[in-house]
Design a protein around this ligand. Structure first.
Ligand code: PGA
Length: 252
């Protein structure tokens, strides 16, 4: 049985004071939630303060990116070890905004996944097609290339622990959520692909989140699909009340 994982990707929102205000609220309102894993991913500068506040709680902390080198002359970068020390358990890698604005490639993301695992952290690896790619009906090739590239060279044990996130680019921040049929189709495609690349137990263990305009009024419909194991949430994770509703979605 895969444990549902709901993660908030705050992107470049909230300063330290605002971040603490939000997690103070979440800590109280999500106390006792045990059947769903909850993760918040603040901007780098707030990671440490948020981790301190959440110590001993049921909410984990993630970062939104990192670099793959351990240390050295890489101006402006942050290593997995630094994130671990600051209290992170997860790192989001290969988000479409990083692929689009910062030209991240699958090979580059693969190196980061390796570095993150080597530090004992877990990656949330994002993949997803653009609107044009969906309209041209080439989403399978696109996602296959992304997943195969990002997952190259890992052991079965490592892949079993990973979290993948299917995030159709056309659904991110647009209010245009994928239908449950569309999302389930891609999630099943990804799981079958992982089975081909590794094996069935690995594919069955690995969790696949959906991301892209997940809101309190559509979360339950999506989360009850058999291959959707959680959500990676942007906009609706920025307010305590909506994020709490997402975490406490109705299970059917
Ligand atoms: P959104 O973002 O929920 O605001 O669409 C999701 C994401 O980019 O992870």
């Amino acid at each position: 049985m895969r444990k549902t994982i709901i993660a908030g990707n705050w992107k470049m929102n909230k300063n330290i004071a605002e971040a603490l205000e939000l997690v103070k609220d979440l800590k109280i309102k999500l106390e006792g939630v045990a059947d769903t894993e909850v993760v918040v991913c603040p901007p780098f500068l707030a990671v440490n303060a948020v981790s301190q506040l959440l110590k001993g709680s049921n909410i984990k902390v993630g970062a939104q990116n990192c670099y793959f080198e351990k240390k050295g002359a890489f101006t402006g970068e942050v290593s997995p070890a630094m994130l671990k020390e600051a209290g992170c358990a997860y790192v989001i890698l290969g988000h479409s905004e990083r692929r689009q604005y910062f030209k991240e490639t699958n090979d580059f993301i693969n190196k980061k996944v390796k570095a993150v695992l080597a530090e004992g952290l877990l990656p949330i690896i994002c993949a997803g097609e653009t609107l044009e790619e969906r309209e041209k009906n080439i989403w399978k090739e696109v996602i296959k290339t992304q997943i195969t590239g990002c997952l190259a060279g890992f052991t079965k044990e490592e892949v079993s622990k990973m979290v993948l996130a299917y995030e159709p680019v056309w659904a991110i921040g647009t209010g245009k959520v994928a239908s449950k049929e569309q999302a389930q189709e891609v999630h099943k495609f990804i799981r079958d692909l992982v089975e081909k690349l590794y094996d069935k137990p690995v594919a069955e263990a690995l969790r696949i989140q959906y991301g892209g305009s997940v809101k309190p009024d559509n979360v339950s419909i999506l989360m009850n699909e058999p291959d959707i194991d959680g959500a990676l949430v942007g906009g609706a994770a920025l307010e305590a009340d909506s994020f709490v509703k997402l975490v406490k979605f109705e299970k059917k």
